[in-house]
Design a protein around this ligand. Structure first.
Ligand SMILES: Nc1ncnc2c1ncn2[C@@H]1O[C@H](COP(=O)(O)OP(=O)(O)OP(=O)(O)O)[C@@H](O)[C@H]1O
Length: 423
């Protein structure tokens, strides 16, 4: 994020226009192969499995992430989807340097940040921030909202010198749609959606360029999910943020993403623009995932073919040889057992001008449309208009604190329900 917080209000108005432009450009993808802001190459994270109490002996490893490669463009949103345990959160922790990878590179503006330490690492960390999944446990209940949002300034005082911190935090509260007067309240006085807004404000505190959002709306009620997704969308346009948006809800991922990467057992198995992945998937696993997405329109539901996957996801401590999906794949042949399929444009599509021409790690990649035509999948209300107004009303009703807490007594009642803020 390049804009200073003091310019955020003006930026917000401009953001309205930028947002419209962004959603238009999204059909073509905001990142059309330009200079990436982040390049992830062959990223590996293995957790050792040990035996013994006094003398620990390594007997294997959980291959949580096992060769992940992707680019993230400036201003782009890359959605990452996959079943539970496929390694999404591990990728997120590696990107924000909460953990060191076993191997591989994460290049931020060309520099491999996995090799950095000390001051250089601290400087880079500022630019890549994380928003966590669970707004109930990720906020310290003993700290006020002001202290939570302002905490990053203790580590990076250069961003906000002591005298200006309160004002900065209040601006951040305003930016995420919360009342700046709530600065002295505690997390328990807010509902789930509001807490997630607090988490987002904290993520924005250091003016980052990249936000890694790990299941940021999974723990929220559906109407509130739409609010938070739309907020993230607006903030991206305002501050030119790049997002890695991790989720298992494919409808939400489609709504917010320019490109989507599908993960299975520690690897990306297909990656492309949202239209390529949702309307022209070529990997059997992507097709199976998409076929399980709920379709609200009964007419469209008839169009959809359900693909039932048999068996459980194999253990990441002992993944299958060759193609990791082969044990559940209806197309599997001997080659799949022997040869690891590369994440590349399949030979069959190399010479053809088709949306199926995108990287897919399958020896027998084949286009199969499993999702009904455009519009019938999206369950997230769009921005503006009646849908957002309805969501805001639901949000306001859901988010009113159940009972006043100590800060309510200190500061008087919250603003009337007609307040324009989503409180
Ligand atoms: N610190 C750790 N030590 C050992 N194994 C771990 C550790 N962290 C994650 N794992 C394992 O790595 C694999 C990938 O976990 P990860 O949390 O990244 O998956 P995920 O796709 O984010 O799943 P979920 O959606 O359920 O959070 C899992 O098998 C998990 O048990």
């Amino acid at each position: 994020m390049h804009a200073d917080h003091s310019g955020r209000k003006e930026a917000r108005e401009e953001g309205e226009t930028a947002r419209t432009l962004l959603s238009k450009s999204r059909q073509e993808s905001a990142y059309a192969g330009g200079e990436p802001i982040l390049e992830v190459r062959d990223l590996v994270k293995h957790y050792p499995l040990t035996q013994g109490i006094l003398i620990k002996k390594q007997v294997g490893a959980v291959k949580a992430v096992d060769g992940v490669t992707f680019d993230l463009g400036a201003g782009e949103t890359l959605g990452v989807v996959g079943e539970s345990g496929c390694g999404k959160s591990t990728v997120a922790r590696l990107l924000v340097q909460l953990e060191k990878p076993t191997a591989g590179a994460i290049r931020y503006k060309g520099e491999d940040i996995t090799k950095l330490s000390g001051r250089a690492l601290k400087a880079v960390r500022r630019n890549i921030q994380m928003v966590f999944q669970d707004p109930y446990t990720s906020l310290n209940p003993r700290m006020t909202v002001g202290d939570i949002i302002g905490e990053p300034y203790e580590i990076h005082p250069e961003v906000a010198p002591k005298g200006s911190r309160r004002r900065k935090v209040q601006e951040l509260l305003d930016v995420v749609g919360l009342n700046p007067e709530y600065i002295n309240r505690y997390p328990h006085q807010f509902s789930g959606g509001q807490r997630q807004r607090i988490g987002i404000a904290r993520g924005l505190a250091l003016n980052p360029e990249i936000i890694v959002a790990d299941e940021p709306v999974s723990a929220l009620d559906v109407s509130v999910q739409a609010q938070v997704v739309n907020l993230l969308d607006r903030l991206q346009a305002e501050f030119n943020l790049s997002y890695v948006f991790i989720a298992h809800d494919l409808s939400i991922v489609r709504h917010i993403s320019d490109r989507v990467g599908v993960m299975y057992l520690g690897r990306f198995i297909e990656i492309g623009t949202d239209a390529e992945i949702y309307d022209h998937p070529t990997h059997p696993y992507t097709q199976a995932l998409l076929s399980a997405v709920p379709v609200p329109d009964p007419a469209a539901r008839e169009f959809r073919e359900r693909i039932i996957l048999h068996g459980d996801v194999p253990s990441p401590a002992n993944p299958p040889s060759g193609c990791r999906f082969r044990t559940r794949c209806w197309k599997a042949q001997e080659r799949c057992e022997l040869e690891v399929p590369l994440l590349a444009v399949p030979a069959a599509f190399l010479e053809v001008d088709t949306p199926a021409r995108h990287p897919s790690a399958c020896h027998f990649a084949e286009e199969k449309r499993v999702v009904p035509p455009e519009g019938t999948l999206d369950s997230v209300p769009g921005e503006g208009g009646q849908e957002e107004a309805a969501a805001r009303a639901a949000d306001a009703a859901e988010e009113a604190p159940e009972r006043p807490g100590p800060a309510d007594r200190d500061e008087g009642p919250p603003p009337p329900s007609g307040s324009s803020r989503a409180v």
